[in-house]
Design a protein around this ligand. Sequence first.
Ligand code: ARG
Length: 582
Amino acid sequence: MSSPLQQLTARFAETLAPLFAVPLPQPLVVPATNPKFGDFQCNIALPLAKTLGQPPRTIAAQIVERLELGDLCQAPEIAGPGFINLTLKPEYLAAQLRDLQGDPRLGVEPSPNRRRVIVDFSSPNIAKEMHVGHLRSTIIGDCLARTLEFLGYDVLRLNHVGDWGTQFGMLITYLREVHPQALTEADSLDLGDLVSFYRQAKARFDADAEFKEISRQAVVALQGGDPESLNAWRLLCDQSRREFARIYEQLDICLTERGESFYNPFLEGVIERLNQAGLLTEDQGAQCVFLDGFNNKDGAPLPLIVQKSDGGYNYATTDLAALKYRFTEDQVDAIFYVTDSGQANHFAQVFQVALRAGLIPPEKTVLHVPFGLVKGEDGKKLKTRSGDTIRLQDLLDEAVARARQDLESRLESEGRTESADFINEVAQRVGLGAVKYADLSQNRLSDYCFSYDKMLALQGNTAPYLLYAYARIQSIAREGDLDLEQRQIGALELAEPSELTLAKALLALPDVLAEVETSLLPNRLCDYLYELSKHFNRFYEDCPILKAPEPQRGSRLLLCDLCARTLKLGLGLLGIAVLERM
Ligand code: ARG
């Protein structure tokens, strides 16, 4: 089953292709910009008029004359210079909704563009704590993966963990000095300590030339496979990994870890490949590829260093090896990298070099999916009061604690008593849902301002508002003692404006997901769900439901059921679980 927009588009394409002997402007049909113009518009008469050298209204009239839309729309109207306005018939809407009742996918068909893709996201660094930047990548990447999976893509969710950098050289060197047990015994530090050791090690590394040199040698030893160093490295990684796992579990996020170290055996081969392609230049002992279109301050071409003068490899080399591996071994068609916008140059450079070296086969896609910074309410980078970066675990705990406070005071004001389990469950889902939704509902390209108060508000474009709309529908079902999903409704009657608006919104889900698929912008889905909830709330105010006579009662209960299922599905794609009661 397809959406009204998809059906109209197909109908236009069929009719117009034989009518005009020129390529048709796209898209053929778009949602109306204003409800007073109807539901959809076809605006192609204007560009066609130019191509064909005829007045646009004449073309529009030709189109309208040929179109057979009587089963879908009222008679099309030609407006202004030649826009064709279309309004869907209530009977058609009713028939479409009836078809949705038994469809668990709510009319969304697998995408014709589905293929095998990698979403590379989250990707924190070992021994460093996960921070809010990683949180954005984790939340956005997970939402994109869920959406693509739902659309029938085969998605490999990869966690490109930073587990192989110079940080290990200095960390191992430092720990050997101050806490040698950490290198031989599991769990002799907690991650908090590990992070502060990392900071101290970094300070030493920057200040002390001898320490720096020993650290460098430690990296070489590790990368060369020295068993003692490898063992220490493994212990440090395990420890970080467990901390990360706890956060993923709390956020209900699945990822396959394949860190930088995985590609270590392939780094030499990459250099070899670049060499064969004639791309390598030695510059002050380092192996470089000079880039097109990237210049340094003096206007000279910028090199991408792929092997340092000490023989070590870096972040870019690893990404080149990963690209090769992913296309040849994983055999994916596309790779999406979800990181902050600050890495745009890194990816542009890596992609350029990979293309020139033939590491990206033709017809394959690589795409950086960037996002802006997370800022505090003061508009500056998010920090704790003491000026440290906020730990992700603390941030999540705080959101849950505040959701619990809000809930407890609401329960008190409503004179309700609820079990501790209920309170825990609601606080968790609302708190974590609010954090995710606040991030996803912003255009990912903008910086976003982190505010517990805003994200937890019951009004506005927030998770609690949407969760509340869902819970409200469930309470209608409980009040009427109905299992909404089990009901089969025969006669449907839609007459009230708020019913019609809600019906149209319910039928637009496939269009919205198609848009998220191409733009990779989760906020499109959030906006849709928010509008849908508002339409539902208006309908709920305007129309009696349980007390209405048949066939309205049945029609309205179907609207309720479809709305609840759409919210559940949509929130699910955002990684947010609904609540039957709040
Ligand atoms: N570990 C990196 C960071 O924290 C992100 C890795 C992104 N993925 C990639 N293939 N480079 O900035």
